[in-house]
Design a protein around this ligand. Structure first.
Ligand code: KIV
Ligand code: NA
Length: 275
């Protein structure tokens, strides 16, 4: 399994880091078999799997439940788990307890949390307790309400300077990587150049040290909104629809199941069973 020092080395050597989200056993297994470098059990789970309108309703229990399945499917891949909304802004001891529980119960390799200077103490605390932390800057879906929706961040010089400062603070606090979501690609280039730890971009252009996409988005699998920055690399949703329609038609018409797909008992055992 690759570790945080491998990711530092990859950045130095200009080798792109591939991250994908996963929320269950088969997705994790497919991802590991395809050779991705990191898996994120994102709280995007709330939207693409659980059908919520945002990531806010996702609980620590939800994250643990799904992360355990992902770990079972990807035993040899670096797994990052999102700390969900509201789980790291209260009392620091509660935050540490939650983080320790998430690590121990899921077997994750790192935790990710959204936010800049306001979560620096949390990054320090978790790191000093031995928990690798990934920072998440730019568009922070857990704060979409405060940000006024899902919008590109860091477009003005002032916002860009703040983001650069937050990224440097996160690195100093011990973050092992920084996810940059929905920011101008030129800003991604600046941040990636200034940091020693890798940047992982989503909607942040080609200059990031790595890329992450949501499993269901890149496979075009689901009924949720697909953001502009996504590319569909396969069209699984169309196949799923085709399969379920085919099954429905076959049952209605009697074409499925056939006797060849059924079990048979001996004729003599049938004597007297009818009428
Ligand atoms: O929850 C998630 O999937 C994420 C990625 C978009 C980075 O945080
Ligand atoms: Na997330």
């Amino acid at each position: 399994m690759k570790t945080t020092s491998d990711f530092l080395k990859m950045k130095k050597q200009g080798e792109k880091i591939v991250m994908i989200t996963a929320y269950d056993y088969p997705a994790a297994k497919f991802s590991e078999d395809a050779g991705v470098d990191m898996i994120l059990v994102g709280d995007s789970l709330g939207m693409v799997v659980l059908g919520y309108e945002s990531t806010m309703p996702v609980t620590v229990e939800d994250m643990i439940h799904h992360s355990k399945a992902v770990r079972r499917g990807a035993k040899d891949t670096f797994i990052v788990v999102d700390m969900p909304f509201g789980s790291y802004h209260g009392d620091m001891n509660d935050t540490l307890k939650t983080a320790v529980r998430m690590m121990q119960e899921t077997g994750a390799d790192a935790l990710k949390l959204e936010g800049g200077d306001e979560v620096i103490d949390v990054i320090k605390k978790l790191t000093s307790a031995g928990i690798p932390v990934v920072s998440h800057l730019g568009l922070q879906p857990q704060s979409a309400g405060v940000l006024g929706g899902y919008k590109v961040q860091g477009k003005t010089k002032e916002q860009a300077e703040k983001l650069i400062e937050d990224a440097l603070l996160a690195e100093q606090a011990g973050a092992c990587a920084v996810v940059l979501e929905c920011i101008p690609h030129q800003l991604t280039a600046v941040v990636s150049e200034k940091l020693a730890v890798p940047t992982i971009g989503i909607g942040a252009g080609p200059e990031a040290d790595g890329q992450v996409l949501v499993f269901h988005d890149l496979l075009m699998y689901g009924k949720h909104h697909i953001p502009k920055f996504v590319q569909g690399f396969a069209f699984v949703g169309d196949e799923v629809a085709r399969g379920i329609e085919g099954y429905t038609k076959a049952v209605k018409s009697g074409a499925f199941p056939t006797l060849a797909q059924s079990f048979t008992m001996k004729e003599e055992e049938l004597n007297g069973l009818y009428g």
